[in-house]
Design a protein around this ligand. Sequence first.
Ligand code: TMP
Length: 203
Amino acid sequence: MKGKFITFEGIDGAGKSSHVDWLADYLRQRGKVVHITREPGGTALGEKLRELLLNQAMHLETETLLMFAARREHLAELIEPALARGEWVVCDRFSDATYAYQGGGRGLDRAKFLALEHWVHEHLQPDLTLLFDLPLDVARERIVRAHRVLDKFEQERVDFHDRVRQAYLERASGNPSRIRVVNAENSIDHIRKQLEKIVLTIC
Ligand code: TMP
């Protein structure tokens, strides 16, 4: 029996990461074996690439290729073997992030995105993607309130983040059964109840 692959997505400051651990615990209580992971990252090599990707300026195509290189490693080392064993994988970002950030945000040619997606995971898409959506000014305020050093993407201008948000919403409207939009302005309790309901549809 194949396991399930759930991804979390959203603009920076959407607060998705705080729900990843909660969802994994919820699934474990229901008897699932669950791996929590993230992109870019999730493997020793992927975490090294993450360090570069989040801090080093580079050509758009270099950035995109490194995102997919880290993803190929992540799939081979962790995601595909876990799913084959019937285990669940909860991943903080996946290819929808490349579509939104490199495609929407930076203007990467869609054909190049599709070619890489096809190459790296032709036969695999998440079973469920939770897209945390909220207005840009609310997301920005959350980032500022966190008082930490901002990475390369968080330092981008508001119009970049607006294009990322629009690309995510467009991707969601093209894949309505896989990508479920969650209003990230709602309270934590409200969001958890909604996540519970959505996730039960694939349990
Ligand atoms: P995180 O802070 O949510 O862990 O995400 C790291 C940053 O990397 C975030 O700003 C989005 C960006 N990113 C991309 O630009 N493309 C991608 O394919 C992925 C996975 C992340």
